[in-house]
Ligand binder design. Sequence first.
Ligand code: O2Y
Ligand code: MN
Length: 591
Amino acid sequence: MREDITRFVDEIAKLTEPKNVVYITGDEAELAAYRRQLVEKDVAIPLKRKNSLLFRSDPEDVARTEGKTFICSEKEIDAGPTNNWRDPKEMLKHLKTLFKGSMRGRTLYVIPYSMGPVGSPLAKVGIELTDSLYVVINMAMMTRIGTKVLDALGDDSFVPGVHSVGCPLEEGEREPPWPCNPEKTCIAHFPETRQIWSFGSGYGGNALLGKKCFALRIASAIARDEGWLAEHMLIMGVTNPEGKKRYFCASFPSACGKTNLAMLMPTLPGWKVETVGDDIAWLRWGPDGKLYAINPEAGIFGVAPGTSHVSNPQAMDTIRHDAVFTNVALTDDQDVWWEGMTKEPPKHLIDWRGEDWTPNRPQKASHPNARFTVSAAQCPSIDPDWESLSGVPISAILFGGRRSSVTPLVYEAFDWEHGTFIGASVSSEMTAAAAGTVGKLRHDPFAMLPFCGYNMGDYFGHWLNVGKAGKVIPKIFAVNWFRKNESGEFIWPGFGENSRVLKWIFERCEGAVEAQESAVGLLPNIDDLDSEGLDISRETLERLLTIDPKEWAEEVKELRSYFKIFGERLPEGIKRSLDALEDRVSEHAAP
Ligand code: O2Y
Ligand code: MN
């Protein structure tokens, strides 16, 4: 074992005082023993699905907590206006107090993990120290873990991460089903020294440190320094009926259906979609001048409610076995159920809080942020090259949001600078159940608002710069599946029908179709969007594919006011694109 690793483990063990320290090897027998242990201790419920478990979290620990997530750069300006900043020295002092003795009576597990296929030049290694077995078994699905990672590490650096549920166990005290410490929850990132500390939450993005903490917040800072991109994007392979394949990345804010799109089943005959990743992409220019992407993750941490054989049959097949479910409802025959899985709910369930549930109860049976964790390798649409060490070549990048008006179904950026502006301009209507927020527009540049580890203005600048380094520049598109009519009904059918939009994008990449120049970008000619067999009027298609200069004049005003928050850190390329958009929109609006 490398001396710096044992020193790190010893230091944290000295601080947190666990009863023992275990190095995770990643062996299947070892993980099976942990799953059995979780069931024996009544922490997990075994399901009728093979090798699958149900967990119920504490009701105070059900999602990522953005308000308790911090970026601790030396200077506040380097965290920027979109992050919660804390002074690194003060935060470390606070963390040392929180973590003092926090693992008493528990085991400290050491999880070496690789973000990206082990041995890929694009992969990076992290070491998570945690006192949660839930984290161990989830990390084993979400990343590549264990001895093979240490063997491949060589002399490279690793990102240290320390996680504690913040619930020491006194002698003879019984383990609570979901230990956590919500009042003291704190997720701290040190982008300059590349460290992660997470206290008090056992849930998802707060506790599985490889995901948002490393693969986005810390990796975005590493990527800035090394000249690549760490993005909140799915990666998909799209094959046309002639057998030609292209790869796209797509960025959408949380809860806009990224997992569904990554596993889309095209309704268009002869078209095929394959999944490389559903949430995060690391992108780098290759020696041939093309942009290559890897999925740094190995698993899927998907939202369960709304997932069904209609919305995402591939996901439903993926989770038939060897899956972990968190905060879904339990059926009388030891299976799982959640809102939207079937039209009719079962007559009786045990809800996510462990209480009897019948359809007449007003409460939801599963929590809206209930999750499934599963290895991506189990996905029937997994791409044959999803673990390619050099990544897959990217032809197009899509930016989307949930907009009931203004943004057309699809349009193309004029060039990389304009595409960067489109990414920076993304906003999305919120779906959160929080009172008063539903439908409210939230700016979410590049869908990275909660995930960028440094000043977002500098991040825009980094995007503008990397475009100059590439020789084969991918095309950039904006998409919006969520347009509504005056009655509040969606006017685009979405789901598998989105393959029609993918087809147009594919054909633009091939140079096979023309596009019309508009004030906002390049729009499809209506006849080029394949609507064969679709029950949609020409008028609706026109509405989906035209822009209203008056609405866009308002959009420009709103964007101008938003971008002010970045002050001096707003790069010239974004200002130039905004001015150019304003000029084009006013030209189009002129009578
Ligand atoms: O609520 C959580 O802890 C997880 S959030 C999440 C999980 C998987 C993929 N994306 C997200 C997200 O918020 O973007
Ligand atoms: Mn996400």
